[in-house]
Design a protein around this ligand. Structure first.
Ligand SMILES: NC(=O)c1ccc[n+]([C@@H]2O[C@H](COP(=O)([O-])OP(=O)(O)OC[C@H]3O[C@@H](n4cnc5c(N)ncnc54)[C@H](OP(=O)(O)O)[C@@H]3O)[C@@H](O)[C@H]2O)c1
Length: 174
């Protein structure tokens, strides 16, 4: 199962303040909504309780303390390993969608990072983990809003196919 990580972080690498996200950048969440449409999201119990359920998504909530849900779109797992094992029987792709603890525990397993950089320094207490050195930024697009932000794609070196090699690898340009 492929894991994609999706997160937004401030200039000082914060993702949260308590249970809240410490900015309101108009339009920024459209990227999250578009990318995760019709997908499984792996989230920590705190993030799920904070964000609530979004329609058209399924949630794998990680909780060691017996959190329960009767919602058919929400499955609760008491460990990350049990969630990955169960999801791999159900889907070939899931998003790692936070928060801080879950990003830390799964960033090494992600095959792609979809990262929004909010161009503001904020106050908070939950940080995004250091990005492992195997990843490099391969795409960046700036957006102007009440708080400007950029959308970035990060890939491991091994996943990057140089353009010149695509023909020999049988790939078509898109
Ligand atoms: N900026 C962004 O893109 C973004 C995205 C998502 C969230 N956030 C922010 O992130 C913050 C929440 O992050 P957080 O680090 O405090 O909490 P979190 O990662 O959302 O959830 C932590 C909880 O997940 C469970 N958990 C984590 N690892 C586990 C493991 N290995 N085994 C079993 N259970 C495990 C535990 O639940 P139990 O206590 O129930 O055992 C733990 O208390 C909020 O401020 C939220 O707004 C930001």
């Amino acid at each position: 199962m492929k894991l994609s990580l999706i997160a937004a972080r401030s200039e000082n690498d914060l993702i949260g303040n308590g249970l809240d996200i410490p900015w309101r950048a108009n339009g920024e969440q459209l990227l999250f909504k578009a990318l995760t449409f019709n997908s499984w999201l792996i989230v920590g119990r705190k993030t799920f309780e904070s964000m609530g359920k979004l329609p058209n998504r399924k949630f794998a909530v990680i909780s060691a303390n017996g959190y329960q849900s009767n919602d058919p779109d929400v499955s609760v797992f008491n460990s990350i390993d049990s969630a990955l094992e169960a999801l791999s029987e159900l889907t070939d792709h899931a998003f790692v969608a936070g928060g801080g603890q879950i990003y830390c525990e799964l960033i090494d397993k992600a095959e792609v990072l979809h990262l929004t950089r909010i161009h503001k320094e904020v106050e908070g207490d939950i940080s995004f983990p250091e990005i492992p050195s195997k990843f490099s930024r391969v795409f960046s697009q700036e957006f102007q809003s009440n708080i400007n932000y950029s959308y970035e794609i990060w890939l491991p070196e091994t996943a990057q196919v140089p353009v010149a090699d695509k023909k020999s690898a049988g790939m078509k340009s898109v």
